[in-house]
Design a protein around this ligand. Structure first.
Ligand SMILES: O=C(O)C(=O)C[C@]1(C(=O)O)C=C[C@@H](O)C=C1
Length: 367
């Protein structure tokens, strides 16, 4: 991968504090077995961009009898995988007990899901359980586009003393036909960012789309809008996933996604810098040319005042204008633009000349 600068540094304690690097969290929707977790952790480690491996342990499911996660047993697996691979892990908590279990088994980051964030009692319970503990916590947006409720949950954690709080945009639940599972309503998350410039806000294209085919599109959109990172679901074999099979990427698809987004972005930045440097150089030439032109107009003004010629010379000006319009046309410039630009230069030239001749008349009168 070309974009070495953005890679996570080996051995550094991952943090969610704002810095230049994107915060990347990836991994399966649910922790399904120790083998599944080792396999995905090794792949994510190889990718080099991933700060935390995600895996759901307790799954708040919409429909009863869906797979609800392996609970504490899965935390034991995650802890072992972390020892083996060195990959820090993140999981979702919804109750006080979840927080205690996660802390006991060495979770490195916690997130709070949309359903839980929608309930201030649940958030307060989690915030109180986190008092005095330093672990990064990310708060997903609530189910409805209620910015105050989202900010309220973030503030409850801050008031409990959690220093590293961030946010995850996972879209909003709507009742209408849409290609996406959730409605992105980017403006809500952007407003959260605007209100809290220090807050790291990442996007979760897997939950917004509910469909692996839209993840690149949504990830690109998020990064271009200035989100601070991504949370993406990755499974060694999505087809057999126990939850959200349709929205999980294979490790290869994930590697491609990351290289497409960040390498393309870096290439774009380099190209932009080169192009802007060229514009700067040309602007300097323009200013140099304008300043020289004005110096010559000043010289002409002196000659005019000595020989009694009028400052404005319509015939000469038409000649100048037609020549530059003709040249401009050949070089792809619109006539209207060249006309406006040169008429403005002419006005400045006339003003400069008037000031000069005025001065000279006064000098003759009084001096
Ligand atoms: O050619 C002149 O007489 C000038 O003073 C120069 C200039 C110009 O800026 O190009 C300025 C005023 C005239 O109306 C025509 C042309």
């Amino acid at each position: 991968m070309a974009n070495e600068k953005l890679k996570t540094e080996e051995g550094t304690n991952p943090s969610i504090q704002k810095d230049a690097k994107p915060l990347i969290i990836a991994g399966p929707c649910s922790a399904e077995s120790p083998q599944q977790l080792v396999e995905v952790a090794q792949e994510l480690k190889k990718n080099g961009f991933v700060n935390y491996m995600r895996a759901g342990v307790w799954k708040p499911r919409t429909t009863p009898n869906s797979f609800e996660g392996y609970g504490t047993e899965a935390l034991i697996w995650l802890n072992q995988v972390k020892q083996e691979t060195g990959m820090p892990f993140a999981t979702e908590v919804a109750t006080e007990r979840h927080v205690y279990e996660c802390l006991k088994f060495g979770a490195d980051l916690l997130w709070i899901g949309a359903r839980t964030v929608s309930n201030p009692f649940a958030i307060q319970e989690i915030a109180s359980a986190l008092r005095g503990v330093q672990i990064p916590v990310l708060v997903k947006n609530p189910l409805s586009p209620d910015l105050k409720l989202w900010e309220g949950a973030i503030n409850r954690l801050r008031l409990a003393g959690v220093k590293e709080v961030g946010a995850i945009h996972r879209g909003f639940t709507v009742w209408h036909a849409s290609p996406f599972r959730n409605f992105p309503m980017w403006e809500v998350a952007l407003q959260l960012k605007a209100n809290n410039p220090e807050l790291r806000v990442i996007s979760d294209p897997s939950h917004i789309s509910g469909d692996a085919q839209y993840i690149e599109l949504l990830s690109n959109r998020a990064i271009n809008l200035g989100f601070d990172g991504l949370m993406v679901e990755v499974h060694p074999n999505p087809k057999i996933a126990l939850s959200d099979a349709k929205q999980q990427l294979t490790p290869n698809q994930f590697n491609l996604l990351i290289s497409n987004i960040f390498e393309a972005k870096q290439a774009n930045t380099e190209l932009m810098n080169e192009l802007r440097a060229e514009i700067d150089a040309l602007d300097e030439l323009l200013v140099w040319a304008l300043s020289n032109r004005m110096a010559i107009a000043t010289e002409i003004a002196r000659v005019k005042s000595e020989t009694g010629q009028k400052i404005i010379q319509p015939d000469r000006w038409n000649e100048v204008l037609n020549r530059v319009i003709g040249k401009g046309h050949k070089m792809g410039l619109r006539t209207d633009f060249v006309k406006r630009l040169f008429n403005s230069i002419h006005r400045e030239s006339l003003q400069t000349q008037e000031a000069i001749t005025q001065n000279r008349t006064e000098m003759v009168k009084f001096g």
